[in-house]
Design a protein around this ligand. Structure first.
Ligand SMILES: *Cc1c(COP(=O)(O)O)cnc(C)c1O
Length: 368
């Protein structure tokens, strides 16, 4: 349970409170749901703004063995945090500085363009290592990935590099929109064809992975060997999708602020747009107060105006999103009010807001 306490010395406010008991429950629920497919826990963007190291520590203690990140720097950090036995998959976009270090650190590399494929082979050769790569097919999202018309040539080239001993194609993957079933089905057909071509060329794939949160949960045929999930593990449901509660998940992060002034009709809370509360939320959502939901009237640079309640007092704590006084209110609820996605609401929370980790698992030092 997230505690929402007033501002004592050990309780800075505002704060993003990270509930590790919720994280653990979500991880278990997600794994149970997608089994026997493997969960690749996505921890990109500082674990969606919640703090990479504590999130990885709890995941490792829960037995999570696969982590997904976008950039190579974070991949190396996760390697340090999670130990030698964890598998870390990175999907660097564009510039590929640090490939040599990543290969040496046994980071699995998502490769979606020909230049990166050659770089990885060259760096592995120079390092005397064998790079583990996951070839990415573009199944329609056009966010990086080999185009289907280039796939045959890609498979051929990767096979040549594999036979030269510089790399092993251990995985094949794609990223899908998860916006409509029809589009996702079309993407899946392209994916299946790509897998077939790889296998026909003699590649021995360990991991085929296509889905992120939404498709992994809703559609078993999208699970293959593994699913890459961030949002749902953090209790952030899809916009317009089923509620987090009905998915068996709850918000891990709660953004809380403290009342600093009480007026006739309203209260002032020390939290504002500079802290990452979108000003467009004013008049569109309610925040959680000790007396229940109250309308968010105004978002200023460093304060919120909230409709008051009987007995409101300086020091009262309110929640903008998360669990606690709101019942369950994921960041997605706010996102829907302003036409964005829940992840965006989380990522906007300013780095200057302290992250308070509650119920952190005791961390055994990882094997190195
Ligand atoms: C962010 C990301 C994911 C995770 O998506 P969620 O919707 O947060 O589960 C999966 N795969 C890739 C390539 C990503 O960039």
């Amino acid at each position: 349970m997230t505690e929402l306490l007033g501002g004592g010395a050990d309780q800075p406010s505002p704060a993003l409170v990270i509930d590790h008991a919720a994280l653990i429950d979500n991880l278990r629920a997600v794994r149970a749901r997608v089994a026997p497919a493997e969960l690749i826990l996505v921890v990109k963007d500082d674990a969606y703004g919640q703090g990479l190291a504590p999130i990885v520590a709890t995941a490792v203690a829960e037995g999570i063995t696969w982590f997904g990140v976008s950039d190579l720097g974070t991949a190396l950090e996760v390697r340090e945090l999670a130990g030698r036995t964890a598998r870390v998959l990175a999907w660097p976009a564009g510039a590929s500085d640090g490939v040599d270090r990543a290969v040496r650190a046994s980071i699995d590399l998502g490769v979606g363009d020909a230049a990166l494929l050659e770089t990885v082979a060259a760096e592995a050769r120079a390092a005397g290592a064998v790079a583990r790569i996951h070839l990415k097919i573009d199944t329609g999202l056009h966010r990086n990935g080999f185009r289907p018309e280039d796939w045959a040539e890609t498979v051929h080239r990767a096979r040549v590099l594999e036979q030269s001993g510089f790399l092993r194609v251990v995985g094949v993957w794609s990223h899908i929109a998860e916006a409509s079933d029809a589009e996702d089905d079309a993407a899946r057909a392209l994916f299946d064809a790509a897998v077939e071509q790889l296998e026909a060329a003699g590649m021995r794939l360990e991991l085929r992975h296509l889905a992120a949160s939404a498709a992994a949960f809703a559609r078993p045929e999208f699970r293959y060997d593994a699913v890459r999930i961030g949002a749902f593990c953090y209790g952030v449901r899809s916009a317009e999708g089923p509620g987090a509660g009905s998915l068996g998940l709850r918000p891990v992060a709660t953004l809380q602020g403290t009342v600093i002034a009480v007026h006739d009709e309203t209260v002032t809370v020390a939290l504002g747009s500079l802290d990452g509360v979108p000003s467009t939320l004013a008049g569109r959502v309610a925040v959680g107060t000790p007396a229940g939901p109250r309308e968010l009237l105004r978002v200023d640079a460093d304060s919120l105006a909230v409709l008051g309640w009987p007995g409101a007092a300086v020091g009262d704590v309110i929640a903008v999103f998360g669990s606690g006084m709101l019942g369950e209110r994921s960041a997605t609820t706010l996102a829907e009010a302003i036409g964005t996605i829940g992840e965006e609401i989380l990522l906007r929370v300013s780095p200057r807001i302290p992250r308070l980790h509650r119920g952190t698992a005791p961390v055994a030092s990882p094997e190195r």
